[in-house]
Design a protein around this ligand. Structure first.
Ligand code: ZN
Ligand code: ZN
Length: 112
């Protein structure tokens, strides 16, 4: 006789235990456990399993996500500002002849 048959369901003392919850270790009848990710979990452990991922998602989203988005926007703006400033500095200190012909202003004398 297996020790499982001697155990009783935690919720139903009149019923024999059908399995043991692998998470909390309590014995339950077949009615009190649910198959979840190939494991038989009791209702309390199933609720804990379902609540855990939702809590992780909720922890990150509201304030942190907007702050991260704002920081990214500021960084992008700063990079574009720096790039624009560098381009202006470069074009001011570079004679027009040194630029590529496409960027140089067209001259009427070169037209044939
Ligand atoms: Zn359990
Ligand atoms: Zn039960």
């Amino acid at each position: 006789m297996s020790p499982l048959a001697l155990e009783r369901c935690l919720n139903h003392p009149s019923r024999e235990a059908a399995c043991r919850c692998p998470s909390c270790g309590n014995f339950f009848c077949r009615e009190c456990v649910v198959l979840f990710e190939s494991r038989l979990l009791c209702a309390a452990c199933l609720a804990a399993q379902c609540a855990a991922p939702a809590l992780l998602v909720r922890r990150r989203s509201p304030a942190a996500a907007s702050a991260l988005a704002l920081a990214g926007l500021l960084l992008a703006w700063w990079l574009f500002y720096l790039a624009g400033w560098a381009l202006i500095q470069w074009s001011e200190h570079t004679p027009a002849a040194a630029l590529s012909p496409a960027l140089a202003p067209p001259r009427s004398s070169t037209r044939s």
